[in-house]
Design a binder for this molecule. Structure first.
Ligand code: LUZ
Ligand code: MOS
Length: 761
């Protein structure tokens, strides 16, 4: 049955409930009678050995039910998935400030909090390490180092006309999802039922089962939606869920723990800070011949997802540029800060910043605009990434050229030049930021998904997938898929919660892969039901192979002609014929593979391309700045929901600009996070977003590997924000051409001011 009747829709089905405050998050669930509340007691020191713990005063507080330590854990005291190196509750040693040591369960969160203040701990202090380069020197690694190589780097450097080298730093980033981490566990006849604010229901299920010492079928995880994730809840939601599951299991009572914002800032992982070294070599035509980079990743106190994040840094270390001779090395360094974790872009942005810095460095030394170097080096079909994948359907050049033409960037450059010449204390800057992001989990095994579809006997449709709605519009896209496949209106399809008993063994909603993987699994399930309906109609109506049946507008069409049979009548007929109206779908991304021994392969289903032009003004007296406009040309393929996709681009851009300019995570040498409230950790607000953002949908054919050829939009736009750093630099150099080349993000107003008045390095 062929069904090409797209239901055009733009927007998010959750919007109405969101604005009415009727969307349900974990803390909005009605409470079961007898619910208890938990809080962790955490390490006050970054590194040490626990000598003595005294819970007596805490336990005596009225309303405290129990205090659990690692000794109470029925199963394994282990959170680590890639590397088993992270206890759920600390045993003899502590490795970062905020590390959970004990779980206090009380009648209310307030009592648990008071009890926490009464806990006494005596820790023998050990020297902490907070910087990745220092960790590397001491041999403190979370995982073995990785190296991607292509061509003959040394020979290529020897032949380069220009060589520049330097260092770069990018800081961490706090996710600041609106809904903090949290979970609510309810014992049900011995089984653990967990509501969790997670991107990965299966990760939570697996971890809770491990901690409880029970098989996975004794744990059910349910997610209605989450209030933002951005990677922070890809793996790090599991610990909170496992803790409440353990308490609920042992106390046989419902137990809930929703972190306060302060606890969340203190105890949960953030984007990985990176320190990097680069060396770039160009020929006389400004073609990059050789590039070498060494990345020191600050992974924090446990591996968490760091080895996978490290890998994506290597995959994206050359971004949208072709580098024939590359050597990229990355070290996963262990330090005494909270374990760093997934954050939109997953190490990719950190890699892209470094090559953009190298290009900026070269351009400023050679006194050309970085655009001249970019132009010579954008990816084209037939080029090869350092990891061996051959470039096909590259839109790098098209996006870049289209941006320059459509937005009159040559004229804008001239206007900026005139403005800067006539404004001694105010300077404008411009940077063009190309992005190329690989789509698929880099771990090939994770690229599969399932979906479950029920058509009820009244014709209404219920769907379940492994996709977690986190504000990104995954649910809307899933509903669109089912509606389109059955020729129904969106209102006829209901999407259910994401639940491990309906859809098992899910990959987390991450890697920008959610809609493609789950959407295609859903396509498979809907297709099975359609085939059964088609076979029924062929038999009932005596149709031949050549007759085309379509489902459209809630009606059956044969050879384009509307039949006197509505969808509801068809379903009733099928039900009376005892036809199976439910189906389970499956999808596994074809043609992807990667060989870690050779560090070569074809890891990505496709790439997303785009270019952003960022335009800013710097106040050279104060160091403050604003973004006048950002113009984006982005390759959406054939967007299936322009409203959602546009929202993803705008949100990603602003989140990226925040990371590059104002979000400043600072630790003391003792490992204490200084920016642990939202009054001293600043994220972009309505006043700091660009005054104008335009997004042009580049017209392309899309790719079969994307759902309906609608390329994913999740992570790629964050990396447009990297251009903010270099746009500001452009303005700074207009004021102070002697300013040293310093690639140390974020470019806070303080740092801008320093550079405006700095003498050469
Ligand atoms: N998570 C993951 C990700 O486990 N693997 C990935 O490749 C990835 N990429 C982006 C974001 N999350
Ligand atoms: Mo992610 S960084 O959870 O796609």
């Amino acid at each position: 049955m062929n069904n090409n009747n797209p239901t055009p829709f733009s927007g998010n089905l959750d919007a109405v409930n969101h604005v009415r405050g009727q969307s349900i998050y974990v803390d909005d669930l009605p409470e079961y009678a007898g619910t208890l509340h938990a809080k962790v007691f955490y390490s006050p020191l970054a590194h040490g050995r626990i000598r003595r713990l005294d819970f007596e005063a805490a336990a005596q507080l009225e309303g405290v039910i129990r205090i659990f330590t690692y000794q109470d854990i029925p199963g394994e005291n282990q959170l680590g998935n890639i590397v088993p190196d992270e206890p759920l509750l600390a045993e003899e040693e502590v490795h970062y400030i905020g590390q959970p040591i004990a779980l206090i369960v009380a009648r209310s969160p307030e009592i648990a909090e008071q009890a926490r203040e009464r806990v006494q701990v005596d820790i023998e202090e050990l020297p902490p390490v907070t910087e990745p380069r220092e960790a590397f020197r001491q041999g403190l690694l979370l995982h073995e180092s990785r190296k991607f190589e292509m061509g003959d780097v040394e020979t290529a450097f020897a032949q380069c006309k220009y060589i520049f080298e330097g260092a770069a730093h990018t800081g961490g980033q706090e996710h600041v999802y609106l809904e903090p981490q949290g979970a609510y566990a309810v014992p049900r006849e011995g089984k653990a039922f967990i509501h969790s604010s997670t991107q990965g229901p299966t990760q939570v299920q697996r971890t809770a089962a491990r901690v409880l010492g029970v098989p996975m079928n004794q744990v059910e995880v349910d997610v209605t939606r989450i209030g933002g994730g951005f990677g922070g809840k890809e793996d790090q939601a599991s610990g909170w869920a496992a803790l409440v599951a353990m308490a609920a299991h042992l106390l046989k009572k419902p137990v809930k723990y929703i972190l306060s914002r302060h606890e969340d800032l203190l105890m949960t992982g953030k984007r990985h800070p990176y320190d990097s070294d680069y060396r770039i070599g160009l020929d006389e035509h400004l073609k990059i011949q050789a590039y070498e980079a060494v990345f020191y990743q600050n992974g924090g106190a446990a591996a968490d997802l760091s080895p996978a994040v490290l890998e994506r840094t290597l995959f994206h270390a050359t971004n949208s540029y072709y580098v024939p001779h590359a050597r990229l090395t990355a070290h996963c360094c262990r330090t005494n800060i909270v374990p760093s974790t997934a954050f939109r872009g997953f190490g990719g942005p950190q890699g892209m910043f470094v090559i953009e810095a190298a290009i900026h460095h070269a351009a400023s030394e050679l006194d050309v605009n970085p655009m001249e170097i970019q132009r010579q080096n954008l990816l084209q079909d037939g080029h090869i990434f350092p990891y061996g994948q051959v470039i096909r359907e590259s839109e790098a050049r098209n996006c870049w050229m289209e941006n320059i033409e459509r937005n009159n960037l040559r004229r804008l450059q001239e206007e900026i030049r005139l403005y800067n010449a006539s404004h001694p204390l105010s300077k404008k800057g411009l940077h063009l930021m190309p992005v190329c992001f690989g789509i698929s989990f880099t771990k090939t095994m994770m690229n599969h998904a399932r979906a479950l579809v029920h058509v009820y006997s009244d014709g209404s449709v219920g769907i379940s997938t492994g996709a977690v709605e986190m504000g990104q519009g995954a649910n809307t896209k899933m509903v669109q898929v089912a509606a389109r496949e059955f020729g129904l209106r969106l209102e006829q399809v209901k999407i259910e919660t994401t639940n491990t008993t309906r859809v098992a063994n899910t990959s987390p909603s991450a890697a920008s892969a959610t809609s493609d993987l789950n959407g295609k699994a859903l396509l498979d399930a809907c297709g099975q039901i359609r085939e059964r309906l088609e076979a029924l109609l062929r038999e009932e109506w005596g149709l031949g192979e050549q007759d085309a049946i379509q489902l459209r507008n809630n009606t059956v069409f044969v050879n384009g002609k509307e039949q006197d049979m509505s969808w509801e009548q068809l379903i009733q007929l099928a039900f009376f014929q005892r036809i199976n109206l439910s189906a389970k779908g499956h999808y596994a991304t074809p043609d992807i593979h990667f060989d870690k021994k050779k560090e070569k392969g074809h890891p990505f289903a496709y790439h997303v391309y785009g270019t952003a032009a960022l335009h800013c003004t710097v106040d050279c007296l104060r160091g403050i700045y604003s973004f006048d406009a950002v113009h984006i040309v982005h390759d959406f393929g054939r967007s299936m929901n322009k409203g959602i996709d546009l929202g993803q681009i705008e949100g990603g851009l602003v989140q990226g600009i925040g990371w590059m300019t104002m979000e400043n995570l600072q630790h003391t040498p003792e490992g204490k996070l200084l920016s642990q409230t939202l009054s001293n950790y600043k994220i972009p607000d309505i006043y700091s977003v660009p005054k104008e953002v335009s997004v042009h949908f580049l017209h392309t054919d899309g790719t079969e590997k994307a759902i309906y050829k609608s390329k994913t939009t999740g992570e790629p736009p964050l990396m447009y924000g990297i251009g903010a750093y270099f746009a500001l630099y452009d303005a700074i150099l207009a004021f102070n051409p002697e300013a040293p080349r310093l690639y140390h993000a974020p470019m806070t107003p303080e740092r801008v001011l320093g550079l405006l008045y700095a003498s050469p390095a």
